[in-house]
Design a binder for this molecule. Structure first.
Ligand code: PGA
Length: 246
């Protein structure tokens, strides 16, 4: 599973160029889940182009709000479902940091969407936590948002160390593998029906380093920011994934 998080980037012109490059460089793939989370205002445009070009790309949202109604600027789950969204990223570190999202809201969002669309819950430690060797404690606390829930559909966790996002730095692939195993174990023990999540790695993934992550057993894919803004480099990452995991 490879998911592009475009964040607050893009334009109509960028989207057209993106698809041109993606189509030029993407190889035949066999059923792997390929997602794009564009800014909400472009979701329909991206979904329409993907459909017209018969690409297996699925669109999703970068967030949802906890409810609808008098909440200026918000996007509700109903709107997301009404607009070709197959997944929703929840609890990205930029939402936690810049929009002060906390575990209570993140849990509400997960509960709201878990039976309707695929949640991609982001977790990850700061550099300070990492240096103090607090990574597992921080992740355990962030993962409390799924405690005692029953996931009848798929759940995806994206492990995104905050210090690796957009920095060009990444953890050692072996350490990522160990953390992914830890995340799977925590989720399995704390959910009602022992959910078995897919775990993606995110944070400075690009076409030069992606293979080193995909070669690890517990890495089920990637959540890609900067390198997903260009159709060619995203296609290369998808090609690498197909070559290694399929
Ligand atoms: P990055 O972002 O690939 O640019 O580091 C990843 C993310 O924030 O999801």
């Amino acid at each position: 599973m490879i998911v592009a998080n475009w964040k607050c980037n893009g334009s109509k012109t960028m989207i057209d160029a993106w698809f041109k490059n993606y189509i030029k460089d993407s190889e035949e793939s066999n059923g792997v889940f390929i997602g794009i989370a564009p800014p909400t205002i472009y979701i329909e445009r991206v979904a329409n182009i993907a459909k017209k070009k018969s690409l297996q790309i699925k669109t999703g949202s970068q967030d949802i709000d906890i409810s609808s109604g008098a909440r200026t600027g918000a996007i509700s789950i109903e709107m997301i479902l009404d607009n070709n969204c197959y997944f929703s990223i929840i609890g990205h570190s930029e939402r936690r940091e810049l929009f002060s999202e906390n575990n209570i809201e993140i849990r509400q969002k997960i509960i709201k969407i878990m039976d309707k669309t695929l949640p991609i819950l982001c977790v990850g430690e700061t550099l300070e936590d990492n240096k103090k060797d607090f990574t597992k404690d921080v992740l355990r606390e962030q993962l409390e948002v799924i405690n005692n829930l029953e996931f009848n559909n798929k759940l995806v966790i994206a492990y995104e160390p905050v210090w690796a996002i957009g920095s060009g730095l990444t953890p050692d692939p072996k350490d990522i593998n160990e953390i992914h195993k830890f995340i799977k174990d925590v989720v399995q023990s704390n959910t009602n029906n022992s959910a078995n999540p897919s775990v993606l790695y995110g944070g400075s993934v690009n076409s030069a380093n992606a293979a080193s992550f995909f070669n690890e057993d517990y890495v089920d894919g990637a959540l890609v920011g900067g390198a997903a803004l260009d159709g060619s480099s995203f296609a290369e990452i998808v090609n690498l994934f197909n070559g290694i995991k399929q």
